[in-house]
Design a binder for this molecule. Structure first.
Ligand SMILES: Nc1ncnc2c1ncn2[C@@H]1O[C@H](COP(=O)(O)OP(=O)(O)OP(=O)(O)O)[C@@H](O)[C@H]1O
Length: 269
């Protein structure tokens, strides 16, 4: 029998009750002008979890993930209702400082997008904006971040070379390292491997497993096998609605909603 979002959300809370809640999304609706893209989304996201967002093209996955750092508001016609609490504070409150949110919540995109600068300059960009000038401190941040992104050994002898000279998979790890350099709490990943070859994809997947020790990760993916391999919880979106949200094993083995079953068995999408 189909369950309501609230029932599913409560169950997921039970399963992760020993964990801190990083995000609590309540009754989130979002419109692009007249067109509604998200409908009454309710979802709790746990600390140190990898949370996968799946669903067919146009179902609202990217829109949802971009609400979590309020990047979606860069589209001027966007309007939202409901609440997203991050570590207990509603990020839609007028007094909430979006700059603080963006230092806590890093983002990695579908296409690797390093700056047209050296590998070193890519990593120190954020820390410099935050006022860090000391060369030794910056050097240490570069090493730590590149090690965290499993890239240090490959690039440590050519930090002054342009990041554009790296492979696509390495560029994506530069972007992850750039994100780690600001010491985020959460990393949002919007289809981070869809432009990469299988070997680079496997490296990023392995990296996600390492990163979850220290960060909470929310990843949009078209690839259901990827969601099954790397995530703790999975949310299935369809037409802007959160159809089902559960621990990944349960969602893929015994989906509670016929629409989830149809999607994961390849009947559409
Ligand atoms: N900037 C925008 N302006 C107007 N409508 C938009 C904008 N971005 C997305 N939408 C609409 O919002 C809905 C959800 O789009 P979104 O990109 O979030 O879906 P998605 O699941 O991430 O798709 P895909 O897997 O193809 O990337 C779609 O109907 C889309 O046309």
């Amino acid at each position: 029998m189909a369950q309501t979002n609230e029932q599913q959300s409560n169950e997921t809370v039970k399963q992760t009750e020993s964990k801190q809640t990083v995000y609590n999304v309540q009754n989130l609706n979002l419109w692009y002008g007249e067109d509604q893209a998200l409908y009454d989304v309710n979802m709790k996201i746990g600390e140190n979890d990898v949370t996968a967002i799946i669903g067919p093209s146009g179902c609202g996955k990217s829109t949802f993930i971009k609400t979590l750092n309020r990047m979606v508001e860069m589209v001027p016609v966007v309007r939202t209702s409901g609440e997203i609490s991050y570590r207990g504070d509603n990020i839609f409150d007028r007094s909430y400082a979006v700059e603080d949110l963006r230092t806590k919540v890093g983002m990695v995109f579908q296409q690797p997008n390093p700056f047209p600068k050296s590998i070193y300059e890519n990593i120190v960009y954020g820390p410099r904006i935050h006022g860090i000038k000391d060369k030794k401190t910056l050097d240490a941040i570069v090493e730590k971040s590149l090690k965290g992104a499993a890239l240090w050994d490959e690039v440590k002898d050519r930090l002054d070379q342009n990041a554009f000279g790296l492979s696509g998979g390495q560029q994506q790890r530069v972007c992850i390292a750039r994100c780690l350099a600001i010491e985020p709490d959460v990393i949002l990943m919007d289809e981070p491997t869809s432009a990469l070859d299988p070997i680079s994809t496997a490296k990023i997947e392995e990296l996600v497993q390492q990163l979850k020790e220290n960060y909470s990760i929310i990843i949009v993916t078209h690839n259901m096998q990827q969601a099954a391999r790397i995530s703790d919880n999975t949310a299935f979106f369809l037409n802007g609605e959160l159809v089902e949200y559960n621990d990944t094993n349960t969602l893929f083995s015994t989906p509670g909603d016929k629409r989830t079953e149809d999607y994961i068995t390849g009947r559409f999408g």
